[in-house]
Unconditional design. Structure first.
Lengths: 133, 133
């Protein structure tokens, strides 16, 4: 399997753990040795693995947490680090996420996740600047 | 200089180019060989170096673009890739940014930037104690 295919597979495992509400799978896919960070939408950065795993356990165990769909993912490899850009669809909202992975003991493990809101749905032009005249 | 110090220096150069409205400095600090991406707040990802540089030229040449202050930065090194987490203060709004760098020809070059809004101001004190002399 190519690095790109392996990284996309790791990215799918992340969203599968999300969809399956599986906190153990979520914990297992985060890097164990590299310095990890996670930025949930609107949150400050979590910079500690235990805090990140705890946040995911809380999110995944909350029946009110909405489903997240990953779309339009692309993978970009930087040697032993790689990142995926993708859209997240959460109910009627679109977000843009970056997921970074690092190769640990031969497996691509998540080292950083950041997701934030898109002002417009993807594939549509940005809103033009408001004209104040 | 340690890797952490060098990465923090590269991160400062990014915000200095922003503050100085210097598009050439901004262009020079982005990686030339690695696959780059940039996610401005609310925007979809730009995945092409030329598009990223053009976006910065537009932002930096717009007199209506607000000033951006970088605070609370921390650097995390993953071998030949490193990332900085920091807060951005834009007028009264707080954002959280991740800036990834890759070592190219001995220099840390920006390979990914994502900035998104914080729902609440950061918990930590943002401003150093004022000197009232």
């Amino acid at each position: 399997m190519s690095d790109v295919a392996a990284v996309l597979s790791a990215n799918r495992a992340f969203y599968r753990a999300f969809a399956m509400r599986d906190p153990d799978a979520m914990a297992a896919l985060w890097a164990a040795e590299a310095p990890v960070a996670c930025i949930h939408p609107g949150w400050d950065a979590l910079r500690d693995r235990a805090a990140i795993i705890k946040s995911w356990r809380n999110i995944l165990s909350n029946p009110g947490s909405p489903a997240v769909l990953c779309q339009n993912e692309t993978a970009h490899v930087l040697g032993e680090v790689a990142y995926v850009l993708c859209h997240e669809v959460i109910e009627d909202a679109y977000l843009i996420a970056t997921n970074f992975f690092v190769r640990e003991r031969g497996h691509w493990k998540m080292v950083h996740h950041q997701s934030g809101p898109l002002a417009n749905p993807p594939d549509q032009p940005e809103k033009p600047p408001q004209r104040l005249q």
